[in-house]
Design a protein around this ligand. Structure first.
Ligand code: FE2
Ligand code: FE2
Length: 259
């Protein structure tokens, strides 16, 4: 089994359970050293990526059902939206592995670990939905996370700046108050699921930071200045007042990046 080719196969898989099982199998083979890595191979995809089940329907953001943390229905729509983020995150980790070549072995190791953890996050949320007779596919979703992956497909620095350092890092900012809200509602189950995800996401963002700085250094680019210009290029504004600085420091952001 070769890691990068196998990740592309898992990415292109439409069947949900096949995709989840494939990610688990790649990770288990990888940790027992039964996977090789061909970091030099030029790999191309022949089928549509990302593979996805026929449901959920992907719609423009304005057509997504209304989420809320204060009604039961709104809350389930919200949890479903989080499950879709995790589904996309599995695809994003698989994508960075097959797409970008000539990188150190540790790069591929870090991202297959992320793919595996995203798969566990997805299952935690989907299992929660199943207790209410729902599952992934019950509501509509929008696809802005994968769209950002497409916009940054040509450049590893762009990808790392915009996906882990921007979109995943936003998750660190917004999750703690949501956990608090669910604790107040005495839904300890979903609060502890989100706590697990939150803690593992700090590590994902940190992996993003480590490789972003590594990639900038190898091209003799200043990480902070490069990030600022990429935010402009992709038309993204950070709300510096609302950053979760404690989590972001843990994830490897520097003081000057958070003011
Ligand atoms: Fe996740
Ligand atoms: Fe993640």
């Amino acid at each position: 089994m070769e890691l990068r080719a196998e990740c592309l196969k898992a990415l292109a898989t439409n069947d949900l359970n096949d995709k989840l099982n494939h990610v688990k199998a790649i990770y288990e083979f990888f940790t027992s050293r039964r996977v090789t890595i061909d970091s030099k191979a030029d790999i191309h995809h022949t089928s549509h990526i990302p593979g996805a089940p026929s449901k959920p329907n992907i719609v423009p953001p304005r057509l997504v059902e209304k989420r809320s943390t204060s009604t039961q229905q709104g809350k389930l729509i919200f949890i479903h939206a989080l499950a879709h983020i995790e589904f996309s995150a599995i695809n994003l980790a698989l994508d960075i592995i097959w797409r970008f070549k000539n990188l150190p072995e540790q790069f591929y190791f870090d991202w297959i670990q992320v793919a595996y953890e995203e798969q566990t996050h997805f299952n935690l949320l989907n299992d929660y939905l199943k207790k209410f007779g729902l599952s992934y596919g019950s509501f509509n979703v929008h696809n802005s996370l994968w769209e950002m992956a497409e916009r940054t497909h040509h450049d590893l620095i762009h990808r790392l700046a915009l996906i882990p350092r921007t979109m995943e890092a936003r998750g660190l900012d917004v999750t703690p108050p949501i956990i608090e809200k669910f604790k107040q509602q005495k839904d300890d189950e979903i609060a502890s699921i989100l706590q697990i995800i939150y803690e593992e996401e700090i590590r994902h963002v940190s992996i993003g930071n480590i490789w972003y700085r590594w990639a900038c250094e190898s091209q003799k680019l200043d990480p902070h200045e490069t990030y600022k210009s990429l935010l402009k290029k992709y038309d993204i504004e950070l709300n510096y007042g609302k950053l979760n600085k404690e989590a972001r420091y843990k994830a490897g952001f520097l003081k000057e990046e958070l003011i």
